[in-house]
Design a protein around this ligand. Structure first.
Ligand code: ZN
Length: 412
């Protein structure tokens, strides 16, 4: 999707803001002699920014305004090495709240709603983003934070929460508990706003069914405000994003070249009005595609597909590249199998071969032996790798309040 003239003007202002600062990117742009962009072509020549840059600039090297304008920081948890710190001005915080409130509104959530917020509060942007948006909207925020399932269920019943904000994995855990305790008639949930994690349709189906709610996927990342830069709508066909706050490109993760609208690739984001830490062409590693054309819901904001996975989630078995989303596609089509699975990768010294072990949850009413064989055959024919499959009863694998780790590699 091409830059419009307003976005181009805003990007030039972001570049000026960087050049006028002593920040990491200000210095980089001065050294590279970048002073602005006049065309799409110019823009596409700008260097990418990455999480590595932000680590190099740790702790506050990317800050592009004086200290007295910063009102808050957030941090994204690095799985490896140093975390990343993002400074926010008062306007950045307010812009984020505005975007988040817009997300709630698109999901049909309003002032009369009671939003039970289960993502964590603190350095990461999850809980506090849901809270800011709820307050901006004028809804009642119930700031639970993660864990303590007993209390979550008690509040859900006593306060008659109408909206649950959660990761997909925690929403699943709550849904299972509600079913197990027969609480479905005592709760008043109507909608779920689920954090930006790739999750399969099977899991979605179970949460929807157990809780009797409509689900919305919210998108965002700490480096670019946090969750709330986009959300799915009632057309259930992709995520609208706020192109007055971010410019979104889809690139080929290998060549770095933008791909045509509609084609899958990696999301690259440019902030349009950020003050504390403007980011130009930030590589998210999230995989999606632009969905061209108008949405059935009537919303005019552009749309991307549900996040398909991360370009860095790819794993290799016997030289075959695989994504968790491919595994999920196979499992989804097999009756009796739950949405939950785990993959362990090992090395067999005797055969000198990679070993792929899958643990998959299934319903008691199905033959575990038959299911294991079906899964093995399907994975082999669809992906080209023969896994060892172990079936366990539903509820065996851990449910996490954060992102679920599907693949563990023991080979190195
Ligand atoms: Zn829509």
């Amino acid at each position: 999707m091409q830059l419009n003239s307003k976005q181009m003007e805003l990007i030039n202002r972001q570049i000026q803001r960087l050049l006028n600062s002593d920040s990491y990117y200000g210095k980089m742009y001065r050294e590279l002699g970048i002073d602005g962009v006049r065309s799409q072509e110019d823009f596409e020549k700008l260097p990418f920014s990455s999480k590595d840059d932000l680590r190099n600039a740790y702790p506050l090297g990317i800050q592009a305004v004086p200290d007295n304008e910063i009102v808050r920081i957030h941090s994204s948890s690095g799985t490896t090495g140093k975390p990343v710190i993002i400074p926010y001005t008062a306007k950045d915080v307010d812009d984020w709240a505005t975007m988040f409130a817009r997300c709630y509104a698109l999901a049909g959530i309003g002032k009369e709603d009671r939003i039970q917020i289960t993502p964590g509060y603190g350095l990461w942007t999850a809980g506090i983003g849901f809270q800011l948006g709820a307050e901006k909207l004028g809804a009642m925020a119930i700031p639970m934070g993660p864990g303590n399932t007993e209390k979550q269920l008690q509040m859900m019943v006593d306060l008659q929460s109408t909206v649950i904000a959660a990761t997909s994995s925690y929403a699943l855990l709550l849904a299972e508990e509600v079913a197990k305790r027969g609480l479905k008639d005592k709760i008043a949930l109507k909608k779920g706003v689920i954090g930006s994690e790739r999750w399969g349709d099977k899991m979605r189906g179970r949460i929807k069914q157990e809780l009797g709610i409509t689900l919305y996927d919210i998108y965002g990342l700490t480096e670019v405000y946090g969750p709330g830069i986009g959300i799915s709508c009632d057309a259930e066909d992709g995520i609208h994003y706020w192109d007055d706050y971010v410019y979104l490109e889809i690139i080929d993760p290998v060549t770095g070249k933008p791909v045509p609208d509609g084609e899958e690739g990696e999301i690259v984001l440019t902030t349009l009005v950020k003050e504390g830490a403007p980011l130009i062409r930030f590589r998210t590693h999230d995989l999606s595609r632009i969905i061209p054309g108008e949405c059935g819901c009537g919303c005019k904001y552009p749309k991307i597909d549900i996040i398909k996975g991360r370009s860095d989630d790819m794993f290799k078995v016997h030289g075959v590249n695989m994504f968790p989303s491919q595994v999920e596609e196979v499992l989804r089509a097999i009756p009796g199998v739950s949405s939950e699975y785990a993959i362990a990768l090992g090395w067999d010294e005797n055969t000198k071969k990679d070993v792929m072990m899958m643990t998959v949850e299934a319903d008691y009413n199905y033959s575990f032996e038959n299911l294991a064989r079906t899964i093995q055959e399907q994975i082999k024919s669809r992906i080209g790798v023969t896994p060892k499959v172990n079936i366990v009863p539903v509820g065996t694998l851990p449910r996490s309040e954060k992102k679920t780790k599907r693949v563990t590699d023991y080979r190195y």
